[in-house]
Design a protein around this ligand. Sequence first.
Ligand code: GLN
Length: 488
Amino acid sequence: MGEPNLYQLTIHEAHQLLASRQLSSFELTEAVLARIPQVEPQLHAFVTTTHDLARNQAREADERIAGGDMSPLTGIPVVIKDNMCTKGIATTCSSRMLEGFVPPYDAAVIEKLNALGAVLVGKSNMDEFAMGSSTENSAFFITNNPWDISRVPGGSSGGSAVAVAAGETIYALGSDTGGSIRQPAGFCSVVGLKPTYGRVSRYGLVAFASSLDQIGPLTKDVTDCALVMNVISGHDPRDATSVSHPVPDYTRSLIPDLDGIRIGVPQEYFVAGMQPEVEAVMRSAIGKLVELGASVEWGVSLPSTPYALAVYYIIAPSEASANLARYDGVKYGFSAQDAEGMWDAMEKTRQHGFGPEVKRRIMLGTYALSAGYYDAYYLKAQRVRTLIRREFDQAFEQFDALVTPTSPTVPFGIGEKVDDPLQMYLSDVCTLPINIAGIPGLSLPAGFVDGLPVGMQILGRPFSEELLLRIGFAYEQATPWHERRPPL
Ligand code: GLN
């Protein structure tokens, strides 16, 4: 293999070149900006590109670097999912409702990146308001999987995962409510981490389901994931659910062996409907963990797992119905002009502003929360949520981590599930329980089936991100999957 193209660099590779003055942020940024028009006509990962801003930020970063003021993210191009507020830059959530909305402030994660001299190249496409598993629910256009453009990239952070996989950025941020970082990471063969609930501030993240949402990194390898976590983690008084647990240096845990680590494989995640080829990839990946020194026990049981999907589709829509009530045509974004009076204005605004999946969720949630049904649905779901969390706690008394597939199948075809919401919902069976329990989950490349990516998911106790990254790092060092790039 020859020299990698600059746009293929990881954060840590680019950082070394920047630090040793072999590369400037401006050159790196130009390489990424030149890559975007080469592949975007096939992929459609971006809602907005920010070329001018990126060039200015790159120049500023080069000045900082020249002055010796440098962190691992200084001068490195990043893409942000279009549900995180960026001051002065449109933030649409891929919804007509927020088309043209320009936030007057930055999300907490953006403030942190800006403070270090990051370079923003654009905002990425997503399922409208992060509701979906394929990025087909974007109100604007669909995004294609770079490994096979007739297939979906996963969702809802599909644009971010594609941009990383295809070299349209060095790394990206996504959000994950039920799998939206990990599932597209798995489908695009990149690394994605959903941190422990409360680890990363949600301030400035457009709310979907507030008790489940977390922001996290999408990167080309595990080391990059650790570097991004070092920056975005931590307490923020503006997000009352963020936690003041100390932030470690996540790169310190990256050692290439798994001696003494106890890993369980929960049987409920090897479900009916799982592709046998995906199961075969998982078996060989787990075999590798054993070679690396881990002790692995199959057949661990988390018996409430089959209820997670139902619990999620009560709790997430309930919270969404409350959160999305703010879109009334007055405060932000779209406002129907052909209306008579307040009620008519609200009705028409929502009729035209929201797409079908968002409307479906608002109706589901409003129903589940209504006086006559609250106990039967919402309260019951919260009880089962507690059971699911307890079963994880019990499993983590015996095991340091659990390993599962990220998804039961390889990326599916565009249009294949879009008319069947239940089938679409089922593509998240392996990721939803993790948000319900609030624990961290890491997805990383584990192999391919006929050229299509398969992701492995590693789960741990709350605030065990260091351990998950260590397991991922050891696996990555021993396997070639993360080095493969899509054939574009
Ligand atoms: N696919 C799930 C849903 O549609 C999860 C989405 C997410 O994590 N934002 O709700």
